[in-house]
Structures are given as C-alpha cells and as structure tokens.
Design a protein around this ligand. Sequence first.
Ligand SMILES: [Zn+2]
Length: 313
Amino acid sequence: MRIGIDLGATKIIAGIVDNNGRVIKAYKIPTERSDGYERVIDRVITLIHTIVRKGKLHWNDIERIGIAAAGQIDKDSKTVIFSPNLRWHNVPIKQDIERAFKIEVVLENDVNAATYGEWKFGLQERFSNVIGVFVGTGIGGGLMINGKLYRGYQHVGGEIGHMIVNPHGYPCHCGTSGCFEAYCGGSYIIERVQKFIQKGYRGKLWDIIQGKVDELHVGHIEEAYCLGDSLCKNIWEEVIEYMGTGLASLVNLLNPEVIVMGGGVIQGTKFLITDACNVMERRAMKASIKDVRIEKAQFGDTAAIMGVAFISD
Ligand SMILES: [Zn+2]
C-alpha cells in the first residue's frame, strides 16, 4: 500500500493507493494556507494518521508516502523552492514528513504527478510521448517523453502555462505578460468578464448567472457565448484561439502522441477541447500534427495522488 497526498492551495486530498493504482479511500480537508507552512504540515500529518487509522492499515504495510505539491521542487534538497499558490519559499516538506513517519517520502510537483498518474494507469500501454495540460485557475503542464517524466535541467521544466503566446499580452501572475495561462487560465478569464459586469454589462450572461457574479464559472461564459452574448463572444473566441495556438506550439515543439487535458476549465466546459482542436489543426505544422490525439483526463482529482504514489526518478 502507498499513501498519496495532493497538497493544493485550497484543499489537501489524501488517498490510500493499492498496488494497481486504485485509490481505495480518500479524504479531503481545506488547506487554510493563511495559517502558514508549519500549521499546514501539521494538518497533513494528522490527515495521514487519520487515513491509516480509518483504512485499518498497519504502518508496516505502507511502502511510501508521496506528496504532490503545487510548486517548484528543488532537485537535490527536495524542498519546495517556490509555490505562489501556497505562498511558500524554501520549505523542507520531504524532511518534515519523513521525520514524522520514518517512511520513504517522495515529493513531486502536482502537475507532473497528475500527468504521470494519467499516463501510468491510463495511457501507458498505448503511448510513450504524452503532454499533460491541466487548465484550472492557471495552467499546469507535465511532459512524458519516451516513457519518462521530463523535468528539465533544474527539475522545474514543463511550465506550459508560462509559454509566452503574446509578448504584448495580458499580465501574468508569474510577473511577465502574455503567458498561455494569462489567456486561458480560469481565474484570468473570469476576472476579465467580471470587470465588465462590474462596469454594468448585463446581456445573456447576467440571466444565466442570475446576478450571482461570485459564482461565475467558465462554463457560464461558454454557455453565454453559444447563445450569442456579445461580451462572452469576444472573450471566449479569444480563449479558443489562444488555447488552440498554445496546443499547436506544443505539438510543433514536441510532436507528442497524445495531449491529455484536465482541470476545472476542461471539466466545466462542453466544447472547448473540440473548438481548440480545430484551431490547433489549422495552426500546427502538418507533419507535427499527423495522428496526434487529444484525450480528456480520466482520473480527475485523484490523478496526482495515484501518480505521486508511484513516480520515480
Ligand atoms: Zn506567466
């Protein structure tokens, strides 16, 4: 048995993973990142104790604790160097968890772990070159090349969301502008729409959300776009164009067999993958796009847990 933890900005999910990658039991708690690193780690430790007790496991049965964290991981010290989402700098997660349990701890970036999980337990038999594109509040990416996770020189590669698709474009949370995620990340899209609503825009979108601006989701924006709402038409057409452009650049650069797409924006929209694929096919080089497939991620919230429970260097 293995334990996988997905440590995100808003929630921590812990799962018991069997030797076939199945998540037998999973628990979710809020991260409450504003409490600071030490308190969050205490909550992770308590959560691991809870899951072992409720799963009726013995400590001897547990081969590994895998932690998938939303941040950049140092390749040597296995600290989280920087996590804008968790607001952490240089925190020794691996050491702290190992000290608490005396069990091997593996620390990996959450999107690398999710890509690995989708590959190992879903795509592995058919494909060895897979790009994971996870579109949630931002965009995370993972690269499986020739059946191995590609991490880059300092192990912080695969930042697909920060490929610059327009040097004069929208500002990005990373500090530069025109990144893929500044165009297609859920929080950025919603922020753009909300600004217009705050200035008094109504239209069909207003009817769909019934005035509840705080509950606005990209699915509402796509729905309003389909109904011909003029604001959503402009904004969503731009999202489709840039999503397709970003995918075309990935295809030209890496010539993958499959791009696996997941995250809240993908799960919450009906036509985005198809619409973006049309743009991608138009824009990518013919030889690079030949037989490339796009697949929806299968494992949702549990992909990172499954991946980090099994990932290796
Ligand atoms: Zn960026």
